[in-house]
Design a protein around this ligand. Structure first.
Ligand code: 13P
Length: 255
């Protein structure tokens, strides 16, 4: 099945209000110029509304959050932002389980699974991040780690939930290091993830977009996106430069 490529910008904890606004306009213009690629911008939460407005004005790109609370509803949860709030700000997507949150905010597999479920309950499309550390890769544990991380979510929400979800393979050792996974390494991991889903439902597995993230740049995007099971990218550093990011979107459009 042909899958529409998706390229998402994860700005992490970067940009001022002014920079966010400018970058969103430049990305929206780039996205509007490319056919058949879904573009998603995930700014810091405090800039969701202005970035959403800038994207909507130029009709290029959807809005996403970098995280979402696992708690549904409202309540005394200082600092949390619910899926409903992200929706209310115009968001369509929410990243869950990013390795930086797993590593530094104590988010374990069960917590990530609850966040995935909460995002969907609010009508958001989760972008579920999974990926192994260098130590795990060197120890030959990559497949087991991916199966565990994906398995926890599958157990929580069931395979049907993946009909409206996006997966992102982000090897920790490739994030922000300038050392991307090779196209072969990415393809192997993506194929494993798809096979894990296919064991429950082949049709859903075939339709899920699996993004690659980790040091994607304009000059290595095309070879990564050329892989059968690589359906786009989740871009950190290069998404802070519109020219770089737009070139990556363009590369996705050529596949
Ligand atoms: P870099 O593109 O900076 O390696 O970051 C990838 C990432 O973590 C996207 O979520």
């Amino acid at each position: 099945m042909p899958r529409t490529p998706l390229v998402a910008a994860n700005w992490k904890m970067h940009t001022t209000h002014e920079e966010a606004d400018r970058l969103a306009r430049e990305i929206a213009a780039g996205a509007a110029a490319v056919q058949d690629v879904d573009v998603v911008v995930c700014p810091p939460s405090c800039y969701l509304m202005p970035v959403g407005a800038a994207l909507a004005e130029r009709k290029g790109g959807a809005l996403g959050s970098q995280d979402v609370s696992e708690i549904v509803g409202t309540g005394a949860h200082t600092g949390d932002i619910s899926g409903a709030m992200v929706r209310d700000c115009g968001g369509t997507y929410a990243i869950v389980g990013h390795s930086e949150r797993r590593a530094t905010r104590g988010e374990d597999d069960a917590c990530v699974a609850r966040k995935f479920e909460a995002a969907q309950a609010a009508g958001l499309i989760p972008i579920l991040c999974v990926g192994e550390t260098l130590e795990e890769r060197d120890g030959g544990e990559t497949d087991a780690v991916l199966a565990r991380q994906l398995g926890a979510v599958l157990e929580q929400v069931g395979i049907a939930a993946f009909a409206t979800a996006v997966l992102a393979y982000e090897p920790v050792w490739a994030i922000g290091t300038g050392r991307s996974a090779s196209p072969e390494q990415a393809q192997a991991a993506h194929a494993r993830l798809r096979a894990t889903l296919a064991a429950s439902d082949a049709k859903i597995a075939d339709s899920v977009r699996i993004l690659y993230g980790g040091s994607v740049k304009a000059d290595n995007a095309a070879e990564l996106f050329a892989q059968d099971d690589v359906d786009g990218g989740l871009i950190g550093g290069a998404s802070l430069k519109a020219e770089q990011f737009n070139a990556i979107v363009k590369a996705a459009g050529n596949h």
